[in-house]
Design a protein around this ligand. Sequence first.
Ligand code: NAD
Ligand code: SF4
Length: 442
Amino acid sequence: MGRKLLLEHINVPGINTLEVYRQKGGYAAVEKALKTLTPDEVVEEVKKSGLRGRGGAGFPTGMKWSFLAKPEGVPRYLVCNADESEPGTFKDRYLMTYIPHLLIEGMIAASYALGANTSYIYVRGEMMPQIRILERAIAEAKNAGLLGKNIFGTGYNLELYVQPGGGAYICGEETALLESLEGKRGNPRIKPPFPAIAGLYGCPTVVNNVESIAAVVPIINEGGDEYAKIGIGRSTGTKLISASGNLKKPGVYEIELGVPVEEFIYSDEYCGGIANGKRLKAVVAGGSSVPILPANLILKTINNEARLMSYESLSDGGFATGSMMGSGGFIAFDEDQCIVRNTWNFSRFYHHESCGQCSPCREGTGWMEKVLHRLEYGHGKMSDMDLLVDVSKKIEGNTICPLGDAAAWPVASAIRHFRDEFEWHVTNAAEATSRNYGLANY
Ligand code: NAD
Ligand code: SF4
């Protein structure tokens, strides 16, 4: 049984209230940090833990914190990115719904470490229940003297606000989020400068995902070194995985990083195998922004080593760079799923959500959606697959923000691994047109 650092008490009745959360040891990390550690020492613990950003990019959290500029007399901000919108990703929503004080405790400890006295939780606008839950929890914490002035009598002050999001996927991109928080249209900014130098209102800002901030609590409680003992290599600690698609037991799981993918899919501790006795066809291991991997590749051993649930082990043979663990949105497709239909569905999403600032993304996502639509509905041509790969290459690396890459990778990887299925849609157009099934639930 893997260790649970975030979800250990998730099933305790009333854990969403301050009273029960404190009975289970809640706010001990804040007390320890504020009373016994300097801000720099908290940063040091997070660095030692090896924690990497849980939103998708996997950037080392402690390093991001140490990049924060500290000009004299200029406020610094911590902004929690709770704009969770990646298809197949619902772990932050789960955490905020059932154990909101864990996030608030993490926000206080992280704000203290960064020297922020005003912090924000930017929550996806559609998540009204979670916004209310957080507001209630913040009010409880404030009444108990855990927020506001002179927390734990240490002289440290923090005001924490919840900001409903703008209702667009792109507002989850950190600089678009900051624009939206400033009351403007959520268009991504060109980086550099990174938010650590010029973020909210032009001031130094750290933007961290909900799960990253929650993980600061066990890191302070147990110490960075202890946290780093969990996991494998540079993938330390535990990670929340949102499991969906054709699995027997979809849901949110906390895993120790390094669990074999096969164990995660088939063991009863996690997903319990593929639903309805079907075979696994493919997996999208990190939300829709990563390549789709066929079953034979994800279950295959590489150099006698099994594929692991880690930042390093889920790559697509050097085809795409970055963390292929992404947001931890693990979508399984069974043998009945239509790869063309699912790829078109992803493409439709990215086209709809493109903010339109860069031509390759604005135009390219539209072209990809149209070509995939005609393939799915029996009007495709054999040359369409090369056309799609060509368009995806022209988008990749040529845009302001990662949405362009995210739109390109699923299309290019689907054609790379399932070209025969795309060709079948051309040679069996009538049958392809009459089918309207094969779209996974995620
Ligand atoms: P990124 O790699 O550009 O940046 C990662 C983080 O590191 C950012 O906070 C950035 O400011 C910081 N950083 C990087 N280099 C830095 C430097 N030199 N100095 C200071 N700070 C630096 O990626 P990103 O745009 O933050 O995230 C992309 C990922 O988001 C995708 O891989 C995707 O998986 C994920 N995503 C998640 C969701 C979700 O709902 N969870 C939605 C969309 C995308
Ligand atoms: Fe907007 Fe797409 Fe450019 Fe990102 S890549 S800034 S979403 S047009």
